[in-house]
Design a protein around this ligand. Structure first.
Ligand code: X3X
Length: 333
């Protein structure tokens, strides 16, 4: 908590924009925070976006990137945004779901079969309307598209059914959505920040974790000895990018456009990159001894559907709306 307040104070004191909307006089510094490691694509993407925005605004908009949870992340990062700090939070959409629960439903369990289904869904009027609701709570979405792969279970034992997860402790991020989902799948969810995950796995505090192949390869999860990956694809690993509506309103339109365009452009680049390298990443993981197995999908789907009823503010109506949209998306893509 202390860290959040120091960070908020720093943001308020040192990052005040010049009180002008004249682009030639305007300057702003924004801190961008996430938990990803230096070699992960998301980290590289955020650094590229920050650099290009700096160049294209001739230094007027400086985005200072803080990877690896150096400053506020997860729920705390989103809270800073909602409070109007000069801060950009890059997190799973379930954290903005604390403000508009539809966003938790949007990234609920076992919804998507491909990245494209999700990227088409977020273009719908339904999701645009949710974003407007979120703006009323002080949070503007700059992107919902920073995909980092489907999240699968990574354990010692081979997992095929919910019964195989009985008594298995799995690390998850602290989002209620993740905790409820992993419990519904049959495991015992153990919420921990990413920074504590490796030691928890190595010391046997947890029996495994869940994450994408891209997380596995870039952060060397395979070195923990957890070499069985059950292809549950229970979540699409995705981060949104969030900024305070108040801070956004202070930025001249000319610079807003540059910022928006750069985040949009890089998200598309990252998706294309991930699609093109997924099979080689899988092969590389296999060369490190990682084994992948299919699961009894119907059993996991049956269990996780209840999550759409058990989370605060989330309901089956939202699930059905999403499924309806997905049905028409699947017909046309
Ligand atoms: O809100 C951001 C994501 O949920 C982060 O997921 P997490 O904590 O499992 O971290 C994934 C890693 O790839 C970070 O290095």
């Amino acid at each position: 908590m202390k860290l959040i307040f120091i960070c908020a104070l720093l943001c308020i004191i040192s990052c005040r924009p010049s009180e002008t909307k004249d682009p030639s006089k305007f300057k702003i510094k924004l801190r961008l925070s996430h938990v990803f490691s230096p070699k992960e694509d998301l980290t590289l993407s955020m650094d590229k976006v920050a650099k290009r925005i700096d160049e294209k605004t001739n230094g007027a908009v400086k985005i200072l990137t803080f990877p690896q949870g150096q400053i506020a992340t997860y729920k705390d990062g989103v809270e800073l945004v909602a409070r109007g700090a000069h801060f950009i939070s890059v997190e799973d959409p379930s954290y903005i779901g604390d403000y508009v629960p539809e966003f938790t439903a949007l990234v609920g369990p076992m919804l998507y079969n491909s990245y494209d289904e999700y990227t088409e869904l977020i273009k719908t009027q339904m999701v645009k309307d949710w974003a407007k609701k979120l703006e009323k709570q002080g949070i503007k979405i700059l992107s919902l598209e920073y995909i980092f792969g489907f999240r699968n279970l990574i354990t010692d034992k081979v997992v095929r059914t919910p019964e195989d997860l009985e008594g298995v402790k799995l690390r998850t991020p602290g989002s209620k959505l993740f905790i409820e989902t992993l419990n519904a799948m049959g495991a015992t969810a153990t919420p921990l920040p990413w920074g504590e995950t490796f030691s928890a796995v190595q010391q046997g505090v947890v029996d495994g974790l869940e994450g994408s192949e891209f997380t596995n390869i870039s952060t060397k999860v395979y070195e923990t000895g957890k070499k069985n990956v059950a292809l549950t694809k229970h979540f699409l690993g995705v981060c949104g990018v969030y900024i305070s509506t108040e801070v956004w309103a202070k930025i001249p339109v000319k610079y807003q456009k540059i910022i928006q365009d750069e985040f949009d452009f890089e998200a598309r680049e990252m998706i294309n990159l991930l699609k093109s390298k997924h099979s080689s990443v899988v092969k590389k993981l296999e060369s490190h001894g990682v084994k992948f197995n299919e699961i009894d999908r119907a059993s996991f789907e049956k269990r996780t559907k209840n999550v759409f009823e058990s989370l605060p503010g989330v309901n089956l109506q939202m699930y059905n709306k999403i499924q309806n949209e997905l049905k028409s998306i699947r017909e046309r893509i």
